[in-house]
Design a binder for this molecule. Structure first.
Ligand SMILES: [Zn+2]
Ligand SMILES: [Zn+2]
Length: 462
């Protein structure tokens, strides 16, 4: 089997890996870098045209985050015969996310905010939809290719609604072999989504994420610890008349945070009438969470995100300022506070006032404004650049970090590798330091496994 990373390897950007199994081309995820635009944000599909690569026949979309699905329309445009395998919930979420992305790209280009023409339009998205093939967790489905024995199976990845790891079984040199791709995964339960499920060991090749490999703190505290600390911090900000911004991914973190806030309200820990502001797209995603709640894995099947009382985020500047006059929580995207998003806009308004607070609850990649504000705090700096046009702003508000991540901590990932007992472990989806720590730890815990750190564009024989 040949393996080729088409997206980013040394950081978390566009997730996309190509596999060639006995002349059948498969693709694991087709993401786009959320911090970039146009062609440069896409995986290097051009590398597939190189000598010896067969056209991909199937692409597995593991979940609907931009870094896993944003490059799908372009892939389908290049290979119209490709079949898009995904779970039903991911299908619904991806439809919504990609249409929203098409509208946003068109508007930004038209208004001169972006120099990159839109990568896709609704017409292409209709073609993408026509290629969908949905599968349940646990269902083994054949990948038809010239009579060969090749099959795939999804496992609940425990990351966000619909998320899946992919098990591929194939025959090579008269031997049964298997590859398991964890994608983004969480072995432990969150507030809404239970912990992931994994295939029976042993498997031959493990392709594993490494997101939190450089975060030693994550394994030293439990989710309950973080929820308690989050609640105490929230109460302190409310008591001094301030507001809290919680920057979140529209899919996953948003719904998890809203469910935690509702629990605090139900338990009388914070005032029941404390306003919680959310905005458009996030509410649509919450509706999909609610509509699928009876047939997707849940901690509490009865819980509905729409029951959490929310106010619509006011878009007019004066209305935002007046909403910030009294205590409130703003749960807004993007999670990394990228420029020109609502969370970045609100952060700029809050950062100079001591009474306000920014509570970071998820992973922020290097150089993102979400990471910069945490680094400014760690280094004791008195200013931060959240937006290049606004320039350096005094950092006076409170900044706190709580781990409500949808990713496993690094010890859980190492334990997973140990349990699956692979002959080869390929580490992806992590910054350089994170993958380096994981490589050492997996090699120490699993002496029989060969650890591989693939570079983007490098063909690896597995
Ligand atoms: Zn993800
Ligand atoms: Zn990801």
């Amino acid at each position: 089997m040949r393996f080729l990373t088409l997206g980013s390897s040394a950081e978390i950007g566009a997730s996309c890996h190509y596999l060639s199994v006995n002349g059948c081309g498969l693709i694991l995820d087709a993401g786009a870098d959320p911090n970039s635009e146009g062609i440069p944000s896409l995986p290097r599909y051009d590398l597939l045209r190189g000598a010896g690569s067969t056209a991909p026949r199937h692409v597995f979309i593991t979940h609907a985050h931009q870094d896993h699905v944003g490059g799908l329309p372009t892939l389908v445009d290049e290979y119209p015969g490709i079949r898009v395998c995904l779970t039903e919930a991911t299908r619904q979420l991806a439809e919504f996310m990609l249409h929203a992305s098409a509208r946003l790209q068109r508007r930004r280009f038209k208004e001169g905010e972006s120099a990159h023409p839109p990568l896709f339009d609704e017409e292409l998205l209709d073609i993408v939809s026509s290629r969908h093939s949905t599968h349940e967790y646990g269902e083994s489905f054949p990948l038809l290719h010239e009579g060969q024995r090749l099959s795939a199976q999804f496992f609940d990845a425990g990351h966000v609604l619909g998320s899946a790891g992919v098990l591929i079984r194939f025959e090579e040199d008269d031997r049964e072999r298997s590859l398991y791709y964890t994608s983004d995964t969480n072995t432990q339960p969150q507030a809404i989504i239970p912990g992931g499920a994994y295939p029976e060991p042993p498997i031959d090749i493990l392709v594993m994420e490494s997101t939190l490999g450089a975060d030693p703190q994550a394994e030293h505290s439990t989710r309950a610890d973080h929820e308690d600390a989050f609640c105490e911090a929230l109460k302190a900000v409310i008591a001094r008349g301030g507001c809290v911004l919680v920057p979140v991914f529209m899919l996953g973190r948003a719904q998890e945070v809203l469910s935690v806030i509702q629990r605090f309200k139900n338990n009388g820990l914070i005032p029941k009438d404390l306003p919680v502001y959310t905005a458009g797209g996030m509410r649509e995603v919450s509706n999909i969470y609610d509509q699928t709640r009876l047939y997707t894995p849940r901690i509490d099947q009865a819980f509905k995100v729409s029951r959490v009382r929310q106010r619509r985020f006011p878009f007019r500047h004066d209305k935002i300022l007046s909403a910030m006059q009294s205590p409130a929580i703003f749960v807004l995207a993007s999670g990394m506070m990228f420029e020109k998003t609502l969370s970045n806009r609100v952060a700029q308004l809050m950062v100079e006032e001591e009474k306000h607070a920014v509570f970071v609850v998820g992973y922020c990649k290097k150089d993102s404004p979400g990471r910069r504000i945490q680094e400014a705090l760690d280094q004791g700096l008195d200013g931060v650049v959240l937006n290049k046009e606004a320039g350096m702003q005094p950092l006076r508000c409170q900044v706190e970090r709580f781990r409500f991540s949808g990713h496993s901590n690094r010890q859980d990932l190492v334990a997973l590798a140990k349990r699956l007992h692979p002959k080869k472990t390929v580490l992806v989806h992590g910054e350089t330091a994170a993958r380096a720590w994981m490589a050492d730890a997996v090699a120490a815990a699993c002496p029989d496994t060969e650890v591989i750190l693939p570079e983007a564009g490098q063909v690896v024989e597995l």
